[in-house]
Design a protein around this ligand. Structure first.
Ligand SMILES: Nc1ncnc2c1ncn2[C@@H]1O[C@H](COP(=O)(O)OP(=O)(O)O)[C@@H](O)[C@H]1O
Ligand SMILES: [Mg+2]
Length: 354
């Protein structure tokens, strides 16, 4: 059901590390710059095929090395699966159960990871792309087909944009519209249904973390009162001028309000963090109970910054029996979740079992 073992080579400051995780709660402690966040990042990369700290693979490769390798073993209900990610100047490649996987998204099906780290407020503060990824992770775990639809949509979109950029005829450009509309509607419906389910859960968590009314509304990426088909037709002049497609699910947004007002630029950093944590926890709570996997929740130094008393209480409540917690802390005596089933210390990138 959870991540059981992890092996890391040449990832950030970690030359070589091997850990086993408790299905409930593992604690990793060490001083600043010892490699705590890097360890969580390695787990995240294994489950998501991307980092939460950087878009550049070179940053993840230990200085002086040519590639990093992260290997893990995940216990599912009835079987265990080995999964690995390797990163080099050529990009990232993943393997699962010994086979190359064609899409990094396949990793998420076996190792759903969520992280709450000191940068969690970026979910609120940054542009819509981060919130789309947030949304799509949740949608994917309810409906695995979603990724395939999204990838096919993006292929068609790339072709349409290439045709626009090279100033091809309107006929050649709009030849892609049928495919865009078919897939775009599927993507839109799946996202819309997911947000509907997310709203009450997020509302409840928002109230208990912030004491405020949290509102979420999903915007599809084209005008509300039209179909994608007519939105594409209506945006022809703009698209032709810009050399790219300006409507569609690639422009969707998850708009967030607190007590009725849009949150961006209006709430404190502390509130942003709690709000982002509430959204992530809502996703964890909404995770389908009948799935073969359970989410692993990575908490990077939760005692440090957030209004930790309330947050930790909430995480305790939400995670119950069904979430694997992997937590880092400056102190080895971190007691918010009781006694860890396994505990490690880390110093200068070297991991030791307690
Ligand atoms: N690609 C890299 N190669 C080698 N060291 C790195 C790389 N990227 C980051 N580091 C170093 O790793 C150290 C540990 O970072 P981090 O995991 O953020 O520590 P912690 O979370 O314990 O404070 C930092 O000193 C940083 O300079
Ligand atoms: Mg850190």
């Amino acid at each position: 059901m959870t991540l059981r073992r992890l092996q890391v080579s040449d990832f950030r400051c970690l030359q070589s590390a091997e850990l086993e995780f408790d299905p409930r709660f593992t604690l990793i402690s060490g001083p600043n710059a010892s490699g705590k966040t890097s360890l969580l990042e390695a787990i995240y990369v294994l489950g998501r095929g991307r980092s939460f700290r950087t878009r550049h693979i070179e940053n993840l490769i230990r200085s002086g090395s040519e590639r990093f390798v992260v290997f893990g073993e995940a216990d599912l209900t009835e079987r265990s699966v080995g999964l690995g990610v390797e990163g080099s100047a050529d990009g990232m490649r993943a393997r699962m159960a010994g086979e190359r996987v064609s899409s990094l998204a396949e990793l998420a099906g076996v190792l759903p990871v969520q992280i709450i780290d000191p940068e969690v407020h970026r979910l609120i503060e940054e542009g819509p792309a981060r919130r789309r990824r947030f949304l799509d992770w949740g949608v994917f775990h309810v409906e695995h087909r979603f990724v395939g639809n999204w990838q096919k949509y993006q292929q068609a979109l790339r072709q349409r944009n290439a045709a626009l950029r090279s100033r091809q005829s309107r006929l050649a450009v709009t030849a892609w519209d049928g495919e865009l509309v078919r897939l775009g509607d599927l993507i839109d419906q799946a996202r819309d249904a997911y947000v509907r389910d997310l709203v009450p859960v997020a509302q409840q968590l928002g109230m208990s973390l912030l004491g405020m009314e949290l509102g979420l509304s999903y915007r599809s990426g084209w005008a509300r009162d039209t179909t994608l088909e007519s939105a594409l037709r209506a945006s022809w002049v703009r698209d032709e001028e810009a050399g790219m497609t300006s409507v569609g699910p690639q422009r969707a947004e998850l708009a967030i309000r607190l007590d009725g007002a849009p949150v961006k630029d209006r709430i404190s950093r502390g509130q942003q963090k709690l709000l982002a944590a509430a959204l992530l926890m809502a996703q964890v709570r909404l995770f389908p109970g009948d799935a073969e996997v359970r989410p692993s929740l990575l908490l990077d130094d939760p005692a440090a910054e957030l209004d930790s008393e309330r947050l930790l209480g909430l995480i305790r409540e939400v995670s119950g029996q069904s979430v694997q917690l992997i937590v880092t802390s400056l102190s080895a005596e971190f007691e918010a979740f009781g006694a860890p089933g396994r505990q490690y210390g880390i110093l200068g990138g070297v991991v030791r079992a307690f």
